[in-house]
Design a protein. Structure first.
Length: 504
């Protein structure tokens, strides 16, 4: 049975033969006039006209003096046919990339080619291009699995996404939708008067979320920096600087384990809106969800985790303390760590040494959350669970914070932002004590941010959401939802065998 090395050796032989014939197998220039989908979509207009198309060969069939080649570009696939005496065989090799009909045997599936020819229908009625000139654009050295063979091994799919997306077109289409998701996000925010301002990825002090950061070292300053875990604090500094509507969209990094809903590196967006409060923010985000999802998926009706989600209906509001009381009999404002730990045990949830009342209650809520179809807003979160949110003027024990819960997941956090410098300092001190006692995810004391608040920041509403929103509605896990997920570095034995002189 032929091995990958055997196939590669045969293609290397063909490559050498092409070079001997004077063919340049890797030219820089191509001359496309139409994408492949246009050949079919505009057939009546293009029939009989000459076009130049490009693409990757997905199949080659040769019957005597007649050859059929199927090529595919990003838009679709089309058939080329070449007949001896009606193609480049009649032309002198005036171009170092031209392939003569007799040389088609030197081509393979996976090669990239350019075809100049006439748009026609074959005798069987298939829309095709009658190829007059065929140019080689790229000679491939490894065979691409065919759609019939499939490419289903999960580890290999994630490691070689470029193969996965060639064989499994639905995977490639997923990332077209992912691009639309973020484009629609930008379009909506820009239309509403927000400015996109990029903020640093490297920070002296990182904050804005409960997460363990990655640490790196900057040689120029001889100082350690953190990769940001959130866009929040720099964007709020911009609000303090006089901007009124700002957002940032880009990667953030949280040094935590993989799960179906979390990746250590992922793309996220946060916006901050001066002179707005959480009520205005909830209305804004309901409109934003509808716009972004409609633009991305073309619908507001979804089936996720066996739940039907109707994103066109009004959102419910759930009170945090009431939900915990109803499910566990615990008063979140008057309970002991022992009561919380007992509730965790009773509900078969893990009890850890670093658990505090806030962490324990959050675990209890997450057990409820997993059953919620939504969309709902979870509101009135206790102040001790929300260190960056403004206290409710009617009841300072709770904050003006709303969490969007859809399909069992918390998809966004929305706040009336805390702008009292003294209050913020006290909350940072509490968080730092938790951090000093072993909670690596508690927030750091950011004294520069406190100073900014002391200069003054107007009332502000803020929101953050990550590409987990896309993953949920796409119906995929986190790793399936990004093009190139991080994996442990590994080089297979086949590759080591192909390159024996390299220290791999």
């Amino acid at each position: 049975m032929a091995t990958l090395k055997d196939f590669r050796d045969e293609r290397l032989r063909k490559l050498a033969e092409l070079r001997e014939l004077g063919v340049n197998p890797y030219p820089a220039k191509s001359n496309r006039t139409n994408n492949v989908a246009e050949i079919t979509a505009k057939f009546e207009k293009l029939e009989g006209n000459d076009v130049t198309i490009v693409g990757r060969i997905t199949s080659i069939r040769k019957f005597g003096k007649l050859a059929f080649i199927v090529v595919r570009d990003m838009s679709g696939q089309v058939q080329l046919f070449i007949r001896d005496g009606e193609s480049s065989a009649e032309a002198d090799r005036d171009n170092s990339e031209l392939i003569m009909p007799a040389e088609i045997a030197l081509l393979d599936t996976g090669d990239f080619v350019e075809c100049f020819g006439q748009v026609v229908k074959t005798q069987t009625g298939e829309i095709s291009v009658s190829c007059k000139k065929l140019r080689l654009l790229t000679k491939s050295l490894r065979p691409m699995p065919s759609a019939q063979e499939g490419f289903t091994d999960k580890e290999q799919r994630l490691r070689r996404r470029y193969v996965d997306m060639n064989v499994n077109i639905d995977v490639r289409d997923r990332f077209v939708r992912r691009s639309r998701f973020w484009q629609a996000t930008r379009d909506f925010l820009n239309r509403e008067g927000f400015l996109e301002i990029n903020t640093p990825v490297l920070e002296h002090t990182t904050g804005g979320a409960d997460a363990n950061p990655f640490v790196t070292h900057m040689d120029a300053l001889d100082q350690d920096f953190y990769l940001r875990i959130s866009h929040e604090l720099p964007l709020k500094r911009l609000i303090g600087a006089g901007f009124e509507k700002v957002y940032d969209l880009g990667p953030r990094f949280r040094n935590e384990n993989y799960s179906d809903e979390h990746l250590p590196e992922h793309v996220a967006m946060e916006w901050y809106w001066a002179y707005a409060d959480w009520a205005m923010g909830m209305d804004f985000m309901e409109r934003m969800f509808m716009y972004v999802l409609q633009e991305t998926f073309g619908t507001l009706q979804f089936e996720v985790n066996s739940m039907h989600i109707d994103m066109s209906k009004p959102w419910e509001h759930w009170d945090y303390a009431g939900v915990i009381k109803d499910h566990y009999g615990i008063d979140v404002f008057d309970c002991t760590i022992e009561q919380v730990q007992q509730a965790l045990k009773d509900n078969k949830l893990e009890v850890e040494k670093t658990d505090s009342i806030p962490r324990g209650i959050d675990k209890l809520w997450k057990k409820i959350r997993a059953t919620v179809a939504g969309p709902i807003w979870l509101i009135n979160t206790p102040t001790f669970i929300s260190p960056l949110s403004k206290a409710n003027s009617q009841d300072p024990r709770m904050t003006e914070r709303a969490q969007a819960v859809i399909a069992g997941s918390e998809l966004i956090n929305l706040f009336s932002e805390l702008n009292d410098g003294v209050d913020q300092l006290n909350r940072f001190v509490q968080q730092q004590k938790m951090r000093d006692s072993g909670d690596d995810e508690a927030m750091m004391l950011d004294i520069d941010f406190v100073e900014m608040l002391e200069y003054g920041m107007p009332p502000t509403c803020g929101v953050g959401y990550s590409e987990r929103v896309f993953w949920i509605f796409e119906g995929v896990t986190a790793r399936e939802g990004v093009p190139f997920p991080q994996l442990k570095s590994e080089i297979d034995e086949v590759t080591k065998g192909i390159y024996p002189d390299l220290k791999l």
